[in-house]
Design a protein around this ligand. Structure first.
Ligand code: S3P
Length: 173
């Protein structure tokens, strides 16, 4: 059975964290972020984890996080890293919402941020634009398959997106 959590999935830079914070303001949910949990657990940045121990090691930490979320978390908006959608138990954790945007939309959003350089630097899988596009193309199909709800976020006002999500969650329950 699904728990009463909202899981935000989608490509790097699409705005999962920003949206989670906006959703919290308009609802009674708590909020946590899987990358933040992993960084706390390891006491180091994702970038360092990738550099020192590689992607497979990081994916294993995501798995551990997913099991803990299923076991222990309720009434929470969970923003995730772009690869978290692969977790086998994701459907047990809560309602999965895919934040959809084109690849160009994601890049434009990152470039517009005041700390754009840092945003790119901290994401190992965004370093090479060609590789990132390949990953985007593979993933967009998979995100749609995993999602219970798909929300278009490209060029949309954040308040509209928040209202849409809260409305559709109500319909879904
Ligand atoms: C990843 C996305 C990142 C982070 C890690 C791997 C991915 O999170 O988990 O660098 O595989 O797409 P964001 O989606 O928050 O950038």
């Amino acid at each position: 059975m699904k728990k009463n959590n909202i899981i935000l999935i989608g490509f790097m830079g699409v705005g999962k964290g920003t949206l989670a914070r906006a959703l919290v303001k308009k609802s009674n949910y708590f909020a946590i972020d899987t990358d933040d949990l992993i960084e706390s657990m390891e006491n180091r940045r994702i970038k360092k984890i990738f550099e020192r121990d590689g992607e497979a090691y990081f994916r294993n930490l995501e798995k551990k996080t997913a099991l803990w979320l299923e076991e222990s978390v309720e009434n929470t908006i969970i923003s995730t890293g772009g690869g978290f959608y692969k977790q086998e138990n994701i459907q047990n954790i809560g309602t999965v919402i895919y934040l959809k945007s084109s690849f160009e939309g994601v890049l434009t959003r990152i470039k517009k941020a005041p700390n754009a350089k840092a945003k790119i630097k901290k994401r190992p899988l965004l370093k090479n634009k060609k590789e990132a596009l390949k990953l985007y193309n593979q993933r967009s199909v998979e995100y749609e398959k995993v999602a219970n709800i798909i929300v278009d976020v490209e060029n949309r006002d954040i308040d509209l997106v928040v209202n849409e999500i809260l409305g559709r969650i109500d319909e879904n329950n």
